[in-house]
Design a protein around this ligand. Structure first.
Ligand SMILES: CC(C)(COP(=O)(O)OP(=O)(O)OC[C@H]1O[C@@H](n2cnc3c(N)ncnc32)[C@H](O)[C@@H]1OP(=O)(O)O)[C@@H](O)C(=O)NCCC(=O)NCCS
Length: 102
């Protein structure tokens, strides 16, 4: 979680499954974006994942979520596939992205 002046600016949620770090959520308050907050949260998750022996990071992102896709690309993630209809409410597709940690 990222905080300043007693308010939450952003948060991340990830889990470790064997040697995989899976990013479940990463979000920054709209008024605090483009200031490196998500980058720091992602780096913290990856550092924690490395300590637990993970070798790669996976995540799903909506194929319409340009800013998140640009963000993950800028952090070394590559597109490795599509999960059709991944989002149950809207049946939108997810792009599956991966970053190797080795
Ligand atoms: C995606 C998100 C987490 C990025 O948070 P952030 O704190 O703004 O990201 P950072 O400041 O650490 O990184 C910004 C970098 O990401 C990329 N980026 C982020 N928003 C972008 C946009 N709108 N257009 C182009 N590139 C963008 C750029 O490379 C940018 O670097 P720059 O500012 O030097 O150009 C934020 O936009 C967000 O909370 N979105 C809504 C929730 C979401 O979609 N989460 C991801 C799915 S789990």
């Amino acid at each position: 979680m990222a905080e300043s002046a007693g308010r939450i600016d952003g948060f991340g949620l990830s889990w470790v499954v064997t040697d995989e770090l899976h990013i479940m959520k990463l979000a920054v308050d709209e008024g605090r974006r483009r200031q490196g907050i998500a980058g720091r949260l992602l780096d913290d998750s990856i550092a924690a994942g490395r300590m637990r022996g993970t070798n790669y990071v996976l995540l799903e992102v909506r194929d319409t979520n340009e800013e998140a896709i640009r963000f993950y690309e800028a952090h070394g993630f590559r597109h490795i596939g599509i999960r059709p209809g991944y989002y149950a409410e809207t049946r939108e597709d997810a792009i599956l992205m991966r970053k190797d940690l080795a």
